[in-house]
Design a protein. Structure first.
Length: 263
């Protein structure tokens, strides 16, 4: 049972509050300053990959917002980060990387389904670029050098992945990871994988907009609030005070197929 699953009791019984705060404070004081991604030229025939029907990245006015899926530990905090980014139009917490019939909270928490807790992010590319979303992800959303772990949560369901929806996104993500590794921004190599998104499934209702609904939850206050402070400080031009609470309906994504509210 992970610390966040049982909210208060397991958290206080398993970790001292001092130890938790020390870990987060140490991480918060070391947020890196990441370079802008080097622009990767488009090929001219960039089409959505896999089974997705999301549009390719494009900055033409009036285009349907693009979408991508980020996985980086507990989806509560990752969703909260992107909800506070200007240009993000909707998000959805969910599961990606495994079979659709195992995309339920209890099954994914067992760590053997192939899924990672993930967040689908819709964005308007005329307001925020995919490159900026990646900078925010690698700077404040997670520690990209950790393998199968983020903060106290351990297991492959907490691994770091960018599930791309176009070939252009894949090229940009792979190029940016290579750029950061070559610059030795982090003490260890980046462990984030880049994979095509083929089966994102929305999580149960109770996990959507969790940080916004329960800001005083001990997990949210301890692990996610400092990351929002870092987002505001590191990306002032991208910061939006009020979170976007709309749930995504990106083309090709599954709607809330297990939206019963049952845990």
């Amino acid at each position: 049972m992970m610390i966040r699953k049982n909210v208060l009791g397991v958290a206080l019984a398993t970790f001292s509050l001092y130890g938790i705060l020390h870990e987060v404070t140490s991480r918060a004081s070391a947020y890196p300053t990441l370079p802008e991604p080097v622009i990767v030229a488009k090929t001219g025939n960039d089409k959505p990959i896999g089974q997705m029907t999301a549009p390719p990245d494009d900055s033409r006015p009036g285009i349907t917002p693009s979408s991508v899926v980020f996985a980086g530990g507990c989806f509560w905090g990752v969703q909260s980060i992107f909800q506070h980014v200007r240009g993000v139009t909707a998000t959805r917490a969910g599961y990606d990387g495994g079979a659709r019939d195992t995309a339920q909270y209890e099954r994914v928490s067992e760590g053997d389904t192939g899924h990672a807790e993930s967040v689908e992010v819709e964005y308007d590319p005329t307001l925020v670029s995919f490159g900026t979303l990646m900078r925010i992800f690698f700077t404040v959303a997670l520690d990209p050098t950790q393998i199968d772990q983020q903060f106290p949560d351990t297991g492959p369901q907490y691994r770091s992945v960018i599930f791309t929806r176009t070939a252009q996104q894949a090229r940009e993500a792979e190029a940016y990871i290579a750029q950061l590794d070559a610059a030795h921004i982090f003490a260890q190599p980046i462990a984030t994988h880049v994979q095509p998104d083929k089966a994102f499934t929305g999580a149960e209702r109770e996990h959507q907009n969790f940080a916004a609904r329960y800001p005083h939850n001990i997990y949210i206050e301890t692990y996610d609030a400092p990351r929002l402070d870092a987002l505001r400080a590191s990306f002032p031009a991208s910061w939006r005070t009020e979170p976007v609470l709309a749930l995504s309906t990106a083309p090709g994504s599954l709607r809330m197929s297990n939206d019963s509210g049952r845990k």
